[in-house]
Design a protein around this ligand. Structure first.
Ligand code: NI
Length: 429
């Protein structure tokens, strides 16, 4: 029955007939959200371009945060807290009817990447660019705030907005924005029972959304391995212990973790990003340092890979008489995991936003990581992808590149999707 209904839906281009019964949000509210998001479109573009012209690196988003706080205050938010987790902004919108508490998160930081696209809203800061689309996320977050503020009397519950710094990590090597906001008591006010967020994705065409039930993005852990040998003259290596060939063997053995030790059905990545050691061509180095990253898609993946790595490093260094240190900070990101019940319950209203299930794609989980996962350690959360690519307009460059841009027609879709999914959660029993 269901496939038949879906087929008819596709043929007649009706919005998600099969899903309508599963949407808690009343049709009149959905129509209003759609109309408001459409009328906001020029303002969303203007806000996104303003922030795009003035990108700020992690924990330095002072202009962006001030713009956000001012806008939220002008919308009549009950509580706007600034400098939460260095530069974060937290704001609370209490609806006119009792109900649950839901959080919406948007990240604010840019990247140390030069802007190479020639557009009127080009970055004015040398070598800093909103190359991950967080300018769009802020614009969408403010759009959601505006739409929901206009209907607050009818909202059954409370919405907490989290404008988060430093999603890309601390440029100075410390904890990322989500952790710093959590440490700063981001949920000191009303405590949400679900959190929603989105990320623009140029590999998805504008008009589509990407939703994963379960793992959406990988865990990420940084590691540092230092192998210490014994320095000597390079003509007499037998009088020392050379850490360079030991490091070479360690790099090789680490490659066997994904390929030989791990179950091939569970994707993992072990990448060595830097290797440094020695100071002259004719001196055996005293030590070599390797740094890298590990990505997994399972909750127990990081611990498993860590144990394999340490065993491999210990075995190789023991065999050569060298010593090692293995540093694995606990501050990595867990898997961005969309809890199944919440994800499944959210799909019908998201399908309604984009005109049917055909426009909801389920891309393979990303091996990139997100500190949104840290909020999901506290409560169920849904992190979904907003299509911003447009091959016909040649908007195809990947995030984190000098040429990244987005089709701004996606901005009102993002506002509609995020406000609909949060309100649908509040309306749901
Ligand atoms: Ni990003």
């Amino acid at each position: 029955m269901r496939p038949f209904v879906l087929l008819l839906t596709g043929l007649l281009a009706l919005p998600a007939v099969a899903d309508a019964q599963d949407i808690a949000l009343p049709p009149a509210v959905r129509q209003r959200l759609a109309a408001q998001a459409t009328s906001l479109a020029p303002r969303l573009v203007e806000t996104r371009r303003d922030i795009h012209r003035h990108p700020e690196l992690g924990f330095r988003e002072t202009r962006t945060a001030a713009l956000i706080a001012e806008r939220l205050r002008s919308l009549g938010f009950d509580e706007v807290r600034e400098r939460v987790g260095v530069t974060g902004v937290v704001a609370v919108l209490k609806g006119g009817r009792p109900g649950k508490v839901v959080a919406i998160r948007a990240d604010m930081d840019a990247l140390p990447i030069p802007e190479l696209i020639d557009v009127p809203y080009k970055s004015t800061v040398p070598n800093v660019k909103h190359a991950c689309g967080h300018d769009g996320h802020v614009s969408i977050g403010l759009g959601v705030a505006e739409v929901l503020a206009s209907m607050r009397a009818e909202i059954p519950g409370t919405v907490v907005f989290l404008f988060q710094p430093a999603e890309e990590g601390d440029p100075d090597g410390g904890l990322s924005g989500a952790q710093r906001m959590l440490d700063a008591g981001v949920f000191a006010g009303p405590v949400p029972t679900a959190v929603f967020g989105l990320h623009v994705l140029p590999t998805l065409q504008v008009g589509t959304l990407g939703v994963n039930v379960g793992a959406a993005m990988a865990s990420s852990n940084r590691f540092t391995i230092t192998i210490t040998g014994k320095k000597t003259h390079a003509a007499y290596p037998h009088t020392g212990i050379d850490p360079v060939p030991v490091a070479a063997q360690v790099v090789s053995v680490l490659q066997t973790i994904p390929s030989r030790m791990n179950n091939a059905a569970e994707p993992i990545v072990v990448s060595v990003g830097t290797i440094n050691g020695g100071n002259r061509f004719n001196i055996i180095a005293d030590s070599v340092t390797l740094t890298g990253t590990v990505r997994t898609l399972s909750k127990d993946g990081p611990a498993r890979v860590r144990a394999w790595m340490e065993r491999a490093v210990k075995g190789v260094t023991d065999a050569s008489g060298a010593t090692y240190t293995f540093d694995w900070p606990t501050s990595g990101n867990p898997v961005t995991f969309n809890e199944e019940t919440l994800a499944a319950a959210s799909l019908p209203v998201l399908a309604d936003v984009v005109g049917g299930r055909a426009n909801i794609l389920s891309p393979p989980p990303q091996m990139g990581a997100e500190d949104f996962a840290l909020y999901q350690q506290k409560m169920p959360g849904l992190f979904f992808f907003l299509g911003v690519g447009n091959t016909a307009r040649n908007i195809t460059a990947m995030i984190h590149t000098e040429y990244f841009d987005m089709d701004e027609a996606a901005l009102p879709i993002g506002v509609r999707a995020l406000s609909s999914v949060a309100l649908d959660y509040l309306y749901r029993k």
